[in-house]
Every structure is written in structure tokens, then in C-alpha cells.
Design a protein around this ligand. Structure first.
Ligand SMILES: [Zn+2]
Length: 197
């Protein structure tokens, strides 16, 4: 079993993570009339509503400036950004690193279909590229791990925006079908891209 992972996330662990998440979340899939991408505003569920925030986000205000000791992101002017470490910065783990350490994704992308086996070398760079673009602007939106399993590739992310970007890029490149399943009650998104040969 080939495993591609940046943070040591092996295929077995990914499956275990998914099983744990399924157990923790009672409503993974919206009713059919809300789950398709062409259903109107409610299709995104409360996870896209600004009132639903990442539970990993610190509730109190962070000292400014603060540096994440793990990734080097700097909290300044009310948001995390990439910049040189400012003098006198305090240190605190950002929520993305916190999720990575806990191996607790906010997003899961599942890539399936006969098409993926002969085109893996084209698919994976697109996935990586979308992370680069997203992360450059939003330091907390990252890939936790990529596991290459028989018949599917599973990408876990620290946020709910990167999965959408990844599957839309794959559809733009290769066509295929995409679907989204938002957790109505929490900060979680499952995105899928599928193409048969
Ligand atoms: Zn960090």
C-alpha cells in the first residue's frame, strides 16, 4: 500500500480517523435536497455560516503580535498571516497546527473512480498546488495528510475551504463529478470528486 503523507498519516490511520469522525458527528450528510451543488444558499449548511466558527479557534483575543512556534505564522492586526517574526512576539500554537497535531481534520476530500489510478501523477500535483494557493493567503488552511489507498485518495485538511477548492480544481482539469456534504451542526465538510475512466 503506497502512502503519501506529510505528517505521517498512514492509510490505516486515515480510516481510523474517518471512523472516529463519523462516530463524533451524528449528521454527516444533508438531506438529498440540500446536498447538491446547485441547490441554493442553504446547500452550504451552517458550516459556511459565519456564526459557526472553528472550535479550535481560540475564544479570547490573542496577544499581538503572536507567533506560532510550529509553523511560524504571525498573528497580527486580528488575523494570522505569513510575515517575519516581529520583535517581542508571544508564542502560541495556531489552530491549524493544533488540528494537525491532533490529527483532527475539519475537511476530508475523497477522490475516487477508475480514472485516478492511471492519472495519479497529474491529480496529486493539482491537490498540492491548491493548498499552496490557499495557504499563501490563508495560513490556517492546509492539508493535514494525503493517503493513497486502494481505489481512492483521501486528503484531510485543517479547514472547510480548501476541500472545495481542491475538488473544483479537479473538475476543471478532468471533468468528473463533485459533491459536498456539510455538517449542519459543526465546522466540518466532506467533499468528493469522482471520475470513472
Ligand atoms: Zn501553526
Amino acid at each position: 500500500m503506497e502512502v503519501i503523507a506529510r505528517s505521517g498519516l498512514c492509510a490505516v490511520r486515515a480510516r481510523r480517523t474517518e471512523a472516529a469522525i463519523k462516530q463524533r458527528r451524528c449528521l454527516m450528510t444533508l438531506p438529498p435536497n440540500l446536498s447538491g451543488p446547485a441547490q441554493g444558499p442553504r446547500r452550504w449548511g451552517r458550516a459556511q455560516d459565519r456564526t459557526v466558527t472553528d472550535p479550535y479557534k481560540r475564544s479570547g483575543k490573542l496577544h499581538e503580535p503572536t507567533v506560532c512556534p510550529q509553523c511560524g505564522a504571525v498573528y497580527h492586526e486580528g488575523r494570522w498571516q505569513w510575515s517575519a517574526r516581529p520583535a517581542g512576539a508571544q508564542e502560541e500554537l495556531c489552530q491549524a497546527c493544533h488540528r494537525i497535531n491532533d490529527d483532527y481534520p475539519a475537511g476530508i476530500v475523497t477522490i475516487t473512480g477508475d480514472f485516478i489510478v492511471p492519472h495519479k501523477d497529474e491529480i496529486l500535483p493539482i491537490v498540492r498546488r491548491q493548498e499552496e494557493i490557499e495557504k499563501a493567503e490563508h495560513p490556517l488552511n492546509r492539508i493535514i495528510g494525503i493517503s493513497d489507498e486502494p481505489g481512492r485518495i483521501v486528503v484531510t485538511t485543517t479547514d472547510i475551504h480548501l476541500p472545495r477548492r481542491i475538488v473544483e480544481a479537479l473538475k476543471n482539469a478532468f471533468d468528473g463529478e463533485i459533491s459536498f456534504h456539510y455538517d449542519e451542526h459543526g465546522y466540518f465538510l466532506r467533499a468528493e470528486w469522482q471520475r470513472e475512466a
